[in-house]
Design a protein around this ligand. Sequence first.
Ligand SMILES: O=P(O)(O)OC[C@H]1O[C@](O)(CO)[C@@H](O)[C@@H]1O
Length: 328
Amino acid sequence: MNDKAKTGDQIASAIEAAKGRATVKDIYFVACGGSYALMLPNQYIMDRESGEIAGHALNAAEFKARAPKRLGETSIVILCSHSGTTPETVEAARYAREAGALTIALTNDAGSPLDEASEYTIYYEHEPKQISPDHSTAVLTRLTFGILDAREGNENAAKVEEALKALPSIVDAAIKSHDERIATFAESHKREEVIYTMGAGTNYAIAYSYAICIFQEMQWIHSAAIHAGEYFHGPFEITDYDVPFIILKGLGASRPMDERAIAFATQYSDKVTVLDSEELGLGAIDSDVVEYVEHMAFGTLLRVYSDKLAFSRGHPLTVRRYMWQMEY
Ligand SMILES: O=P(O)(O)OC[C@H]1O[C@](O)(CO)[C@@H](O)[C@@H]1O
């Protein structure tokens, strides 16, 4: 169990360090797999909220291979690895630190190689079927807004803190209200060989992590995350009456993209599962910031969906053929 007071202090220390830098031009959000997916909404936040600092979310190996020319003392590199051991992420931390960047790591494991390699570390809580301000994705959002506020002043930072406090009860209620739908989804999809996911804005991150971590990695179901705006530029050709999709409908700036994709997909496929932020109760969150937190509600709810699906398929979420079983 994580010490919540400690997480708050660690976030504050990292923000203080970011404030202390003479100039900050870039924040690189660097990780692999599920932890990389957590980074994507933060690039979105930087694009929407920062007038001075550019945000870049990158896979850790890509970050090092790309060797951004601007990387240096004007950079903050935020890394995340749940285990703290993913070699590419640890290596990225070392590389960024050597380049003079401020390195801030998020991990669930104190004393891990990532912790050792980074200047600042923030430990987070982990309970996939719940959300709280101390869960990884919320901690990252607090850090991003904290840095934004410290460097530029940000009028949405306080609203985000409030939204994160309101989120747990909204999500718990949404999970309860989906009880029957979760069971129906699991039974009706247990023999599917392919399930696509779709989203836009911050919710694309959830579509992506669900496709690569839940369907491909943990269920060995073929999948791909389709950006709702990109759907009409190739992927919609695979739509058919028997092709399943999960589509996330947000309340943010991307909602029209979601609506367009849902209208088309539901016309030609009989197997579209739509999760709507509004219907989940996210309408109660301040409309200025709902798009920065709604992906957390989708992520938590979908994790409950995957538990039930895994049970119906008789394929536990913990089984791997290759990951952690061999050299790769
Ligand atoms: O660096 P982390 O967060 O420990 O991730 C390790 C692995 O866990 C996952 O995020 C999910 O199992 C994978 O995508 C990744 O390879």
